[in-house]
Each structure stands twice: as C-alpha cells, then as structure tokens.
Write a protein that binds this ligand. Sequence first.
Ligand code: SF4
Length: 441
Amino acid sequence: MTSGEKTTSDAPRIVSDVVCAFCGLGCDDLEVAVAGRRVTPRKACAEAARLLARGEAAPPGPRIGGAPADLPQAAAAAAGLLSAARATAITGLGADLEGLRRLYDLAMTGGASFDHAASPGLFANLERLARRGWIAATLAEVRNRCDVLVVLGDDPAPAFSRFFERAVPHAAMGAGADAAPLFVARSLKRRIVIVGGALGEASRRALAGHEVAQIPVPADGIATAAAALAAFLAGRDVDGLAGMDGATAAALAELAGLLKAARYGVLTWNAASLPPADAAAVAGAAADAVDLLNVATRAAVFPLGGRDNVTGAHQLALWRFGYPLRTVVGAGTARHVPDLYATEAALADADLVLHACAFRPDPPPDFAGGPVIALAHPDTVFVREPDVFIPVGTPGVDHAGHVFRMDSVVCLPLQALRPQDLPSMADAARAILAAMGGRAA
Ligand code: SF4
C-alpha cells in the first residue's frame, strides 16, 4: 500500500493524492475508491471523474477485422500492415512517455509521420515561440507571484476546470482549496481581467476572493484586442486596428496601465479555443506585451494547453528526432514539414493509419485511404471497425507512467489504481515492433 491509500477489511480502498493526466494542469490531489476493478472518483473535476470512473466489466480483447484475437495475433497483423504500407500516419498520440517512446520506435522502424490530436493549439503557440521565443511562467510562478492575471479569450474553465483554483488560490475558496501560495498572502486580492466572453458560474465562484473585471470582446475580436494591448504598452495608438470601438480601446488602455503598475503580470490564453486563424496572432501579441512590460517590471505568458500529454509527445519528439510533432521519420531520417504532416494533411496522402489514444475513447479520424490500426481506449466506439484493434489501458488508471504538465517543467508520475488486465500502449507497440523484427531504442 502506498502512503496515499487507506482501507478497512471490507471497505473499498481509498486512494488519495491521485495525479490526473487528462487536461494538462496536472492536479495531484484527486481521490478515488477502488474495489476490485471498479474505480469510483470521490474528489475530481467533472472531466477527470468521467475519465477515471471504471466499472466491474472485463475489458474487450483485441480484434482483427472485427474477429476476436489474442495480443500476439493482433500484433502480427498490425506488423504486416505497417510493413506493407507506403505512407503511415500515426494519429491521436495520446499516451504516457513510455507509450510514446515505443510508438516512435514503430515510426522509425516502419516509416511514419506522427501528430497529436491536441497539437493545433501547440502549433499556434510555436509560431511565436520557435521564431522569437517568449518569457513564460510556470504554474508555480503564477500562483506564487502573479498579482494581475489577464485572460485573452473565453473562460478557460470548460477545458481546464481547476485553472483558477490552481493558479490564483485564495482564502475565500475555503479549506478544501489548493495549498497556500508562497510570496503572496493567501488573502491577497489579485486583479483578474478577462478580455473576452463572460465567466461561467464555476469560475466566478473560484475567483470570488479576487477583483475580477471583464472587457467584453467577441471571439473574433480577441486578436485585435491583444494587438491593441501590446500597442498601448508600446506607446502607440490603435487607430489602424479595424473593429476597435472607443469603449473597448479605453478599457484596454487602462489595462495596459494596470499591467505596467503590476509587480508580476501574467497573460494567458487557450490557443485551442480561439478561432484557428487568430490563435497565433493572440500568442504573438501576448508575447510582445510581455516583452514590453519586462523593460520596467516583471511579466510572463502562461499558455494553456497540454491535453492528453501533448506536451510530452512534443518534448519527446524534440529529444529523439530534433524536431517537434508533424514530422515523418524512417530509414534513419527525420523531416519536419508541419503543413504536410499535420493530421488532416497527412491523412490525405496516407495508405495506413495507426491511431493511438489511451486517455479517452476518441475514435480515429475519418479515413478511407487504407487500413486502420487502433491502439485505443477499450470503450472506443468506432464508426468503421478497425482492421486491427488492440484495447490498451489508461495511464494513471490501469498502469503507472509519466506525463508532462502543460508548462513543460514538471514530469508527473502516475500510479496504477487497479489490477492491470489490458496491455499498456507501450506493451502493444512493443509487441508490434517485435513482430516487425524491430528493436526498441
Ligand atoms: S482540471 Fe485537469 S488535471 Fe485537474 S483534475 Fe480536472 S482534468 Fe485533471
């Protein structure tokens, strides 16, 4: 039994301090009750509760063309498809680090491009980060230092439900709230400014102890508003910015003054929830604003993202190949062409899809250009039965593993909560690799 577990003879085993791998925030204070195969969340956000809950039912076994098979048979069938393919696209990429390592082994052995289901937001941010860099805060720095937090875009809560609780805790959240921050009093009223839509009820509750203001801006106006904020910080006027009404311009000018007077301002946004054509511009303007602020005070960006370990998939690709996601590898070479190897583009040229998705039952993308191999969550409902399906366990539920938090600086250990009946993503990929005669790196 680990230190986080409590049990009496017949009662379910209570496991506390469970680390969550789903949205990227990396909460590590969840609690579940485990009885046999059943996992019942006791303390978790709605998303984590949905994805952690498990019943007693035995999981499905592997299938080949819809017919039951064992793991060696399914691995051999997948190996045959991978060896025969001309252009394999690996999609989803929702796996812990060990699973990703073995998927990248498969890509190297059979030749394949790879992309993550959550990478559009990541690549919008990389447009700025890769070209000019930026000054970014960790989650700990936000909670411990930030006195003015600016949200560019709509309420982050639908995608990151505990963001405000984790980033700007306050005594008003009560004893159940996250641990006290350092360097700022837990009773400090921070200034929170939303440049976007109205906050939902849960976020208003989480921020009840702070001073919250909203500058109403529609989704398609966020990029202009962010550019205006950067322009005010640079001492320029905003006459050339189309669609900026006087009241909004005045509110943004006031926000620029607030940030200049702040000790540690933070600008955050969720690139995945912004209009795709504007997300990179918002990230660029936020980074510009932070550059300008750091001449006289301190400020940082805190981009939201990291769903299903996309941060780990990105980091691992950089370490392993020297390129980020949206790269094709094989025969000892790697070629990074984001426009060609983003999932949608890669599917247009592929003759085989290997869909890897261990965290949630998301089916493979639509694909009619050839066979589909799915190394996927056991509850996945397929529109088209995969040619090979190997159900895999979920990291942090069925087996241990590691994932990266959204700010890239913390690699979180996940524990197994129940007996492992399913192969992990790494087990499944390793079995396919062995059937192909390949070797793990
Ligand atoms: S907010 Fe994210 S990391 Fe935290 S419990 Fe919910 S899904 Fe998990």
